[in-house]
Write a protein that binds this ligand. Structure first.
Ligand code: ZN
Ligand code: ZN
Length: 200
């Protein structure tokens, strides 16, 4: 599994390409990510969104024109049509509405949705497994040294608390690729959960 990353837009949102060697998927194609993605893929099969905020789904519509399938958690699909900040250039529509623990196979790439609402209603960590390796794409739920905001329209601090308690139980260690900023590892970030909970 090869993972490449580039920041897009004024919020410097991370867009990721996951490559099995045979097929590729893109995670969170943000503002004008399309050209870079097309340049760096040869057999792109699907678009996955960690959540529905505009800076993570902005270029979805361009991939729809290529007949690519779009996957997002069902509780954030409404944001693809009209995002809460009204900043989308063009809306998009998901081909698959995921629920917690749903798994989707794209060639050799297996993507599992872990639902962690709070930042948005359908915010997820995408656990990606490929060629014996695993990684987590945490969107705006977990970052290196911080967590996502839960004061936006459609955010919910009680859900965020429950999500932090839920993720704290994860025992596996694997690389963590957040929606903004640098990479980390899951267990490194889980060490800080108590600190965040105490401040909520
Ligand atoms: Zn967000
Ligand atoms: Zn974001």
């Amino acid at each position: 599994m090869k993972i490449v990353k580039k920041e897009f837009g004024s919020y410097m949102t991370n867009c990721y390409i996951v490559d099995s060697g045979e097929v590729q998927i893109v995670i969170d194609p943000g503002v004008n990510a399309y050209e870079w993605v097309m340049k760096n893929t040869s057999n792109l099969k699907a678009v996955f969104n960690t959540h529905g905020h505009f800076d993570h789904v902005y270029d979805n519509y361009k991939f729809m024109n290529d007949d690519l399938e779009i996957y997002i958690h069902k509780d954030d699909s409404f944001m693809l049509k009209k995002d809460p900040f009204n900043l989308l250039k063009e809306g998009s529509k998901a081909s698959f509405l995921a629920q917690d623990k749903d798994e989707f196979r794209v060639g050799e790439i297996l993507v599992k949705f872990h639902h962690f609402p709070g930042h948005t209603p359908g915010c997820c960590i995408l656990e990606v497994a490929c060629n014996g390796k695993k990684a987590m794409f945490s969107g705006d739920f977990l970052f290196k040294n911080t967590i996502g905001r839960y004061d936006f329209p459609f955010s919910n601090s009680n859900d965020m608390r429950d999500s932090l308690l839920k993720v704290a139980k994860f025992k596996d260690e694997m690389p963590l690729y957040p929606g903004h900023g640098e990479n980390s590892t899951l267990q490194t970030e889980l060490k800080n959960i108590e600190f965040y909970l105490a401040r909520m």
